[in-house]
Structures are given as structure tokens and as C-alpha cells.
Design a protein around this ligand. Structure first.
Ligand SMILES: [Zn+2]
Length: 277
């Protein structure tokens, strides 16, 4: 039986967290007074994005401050300074301090070498604070965007572009460099697919463009501007397919909208290539 005054596991964890916070805060408190306010700036960040901007600003400001106490340029024309927070310099025995600005930036940010222990501490304090401050707003935003997506899936046209995955929204998986088609471009895609022998099957708001043959079926994805994507699948397709299964897929290829010549030959050639690989 545990003694009556022995703390529970949760109490113990809470105490250790509080001790860790205290130890980290003490490190910041030991910094020169002029950096205290700068390093505690994470309290006033309005979002995580704002926080990342603040962190970049801290690094710039520290590099600027270090410049005031930098050694004059050496024989290689390089200015160097010790880290204004932890007092460390390069690990090389031949040089003192970090080169300005990149060497010190790397030390403060933690690229390629061990990060400044003070900056690491500030970063942990900031992350913990932001987790606490922004978690509920982020959760709300996430569930709002999930609800909006669910609503869109009910009302907008969905495209089944593969037998192995759920139907997709027009802009699902699109990026700035591969935007979805406009209504006019979608009409162009539909005409082109028909000319290649495709059929458009509709089931409620789900569209499926297929070229169904005796021993294979080709699924087309008309969503991306400027190109048609195709997946060739061997028949018979399994009745139940594991999510994202590619087991019966024979190949994948695309045709660009800008291509005008011998489209049917190009299409048939690529289908055959997939099936005979
Ligand atoms: Zn440092």
C-alpha cells in the first residue's frame, strides 16, 4: 500500500513540468537585461505563424547586437562574434566566435550543428506557451474546415479517379502550380475524353470517367488544368479493395491538353505499354 502522502503519478508529472518550466525560465532570467524582453516576446504572439515571425526577428536582432561587439574583419575579410546569449563560439581551435551573419544564424537556429542552448530553451518555452494558448482555437478551426469539406462533398461534383480511392473534390490535392480546371476547361476535358472513347458514369453527385474494356478498365482524372491523368487497371477488380490499394493497377500516364495530333494513338499506346509491362 502506498503511503498516504505519496503523490499520484499525475501530481508527480505536474510537479516535474512545473520544475522544468522554472528551470527554463531561470535560464532566460540569467540573460543580460537587454535581451530579457526580446526573448519573452512569445507571450504576445497572436498565432503560431506570428510566433515564427517573432522567432526570425529575434535571430535578426541578436545578429545585429553581436555585430556591435564583433572582432574587426580577419585576413579573409570575415567578421566574427561570440553568441551574445550563451557566450559560445566556433568549435574550431583556429578561429574565435561565429562568422557574421551566417555562422551565428546557424548556431541560433540550429542548422547543421548543435543549437544555442539558450535559444533551444526559449523555443521550448514558446512552443509550450503556444500549445496552451492556441490549441482550442486550432481545434475549432480544424473541425470547422472538416465540416465545410463534408458540406462540399454533399453538394459539389465529386470525381472518382481511381477504383482504389474515395471520390475527390475538384480541387482536392491541387496546388498553386497545378490548379483545378475552370468550368470551360472541364467542358474541354469532357469532349476530349469522349473522343478517346470514355463514358461518364454518374451516381448522385459522383462522376466517373471510364474506358471499360473486356480485360482492363481505364479511369480518367479530368480535374487538373492543362492535363488529363489516367490509371489503367486489370480486370477483374477485387470486390472489396483495401484503401489506396494499387494491387491491380497496371499503369499511370497523362495527356496534355496542348497535344493535338494522333491523340487516340498516343492514348492506346500508353494503355498497351501499361498492360504489357
Ligand atoms: Zn548561443
Amino acid at each position: 500500500m502506498k503511503p498516504w502522502n505519496q503523490p499520484s503519478r499525475d501530481e508527480e508529472i505536474a510537479r516535474l513540468k512545473s520544475d522544468l518550466w522554472m528551470a527554463r525560465s531561470t535560464i532566460i532570467n540569467l540573460m543580460p537585461a537587454e535581451f530579457g524582453g526580446l526573448l519573452r516576446g512569445y507571450y504576445s504572439c497572436a498565432s503560431r505563424q506570428d510566433g515564427h515571425r517573432w522567432m526570425d526577428g529575434v535571430v535578426d536582432e541578436l545578429i545585429e547586437q553581436a555585430g556591435h561587439s564583433a572582432h574587426p574583419s580577419d585576413m579573409f575579410g570575415e567578421r566574427r562574434a561570440m553568441c551574445p546569449l550563451c557566450g559560445q563560439g566556433s568549435s574550431s581551435p583556429y578561429v574565435e566566435g561565429y562568422s557574421l551573419p551566417e555562422g551565428l544564424r546557424r548556431h541560433l537556429v540550429g542548422w547543421g550543428n548543435q543549437r544555442c542552448v539558450v535559444m533551444e530553451t526559449v523555443s521550448h518555452l514558446a512552443q509550450d506557451h503556444w500549445d496552451e494558448k492556441f490549441a482550442s482555437a486550432e481545434e475549432e478551426a480544424l473541425s470547422a474546415s472538416k465540416a465545410a469539406e463534408l458540406q462540399r462533398r454533399k453538394t459539389e461534383t465529386l470525381y472518382r479517379v481511381s477504383p482504389g480511392s474515395e471520390p475527390k473534390l475538384l480541387d482536392e490535392g491541387s496546388y498553386a502550380w497545378s490548379p483545378p480546371r475552370s468550368p470551360e476547361q472541364l467542358a474541354f476535358a469532357a469532349e476530349r475524353l469522349k473522343s478517346l472513347g470514355f463514358q461518364c458514369l454518374t451516381d448522385n453527385n459522383v462522376q466517373t470517367w471510364v474506358d471499360e474494356q473486356a480485360d482492363y478498365v481505364v479511369y480518367a482524372d479530368p480535374r487538373q488544368a492543362g492535363r488529363l491523368e489516367f490509371e489503367v487497371w486489370r480486370k477483374p477488380l477485387p470486390k472489396r479493395m483495401a484503401p489506396n490499394s494499387r494491387h491491380r493497377m497496371a499503369g499511370r500516364f497523362h495527356l496534355l491538353d496542348s497535344w493535338k495530333k494522333d491523340l487516340l494513338e498516343k492514348y492506346s499506346h500508353r494503355v498497351t505499354q501499361g498492360l504489357t509491362r
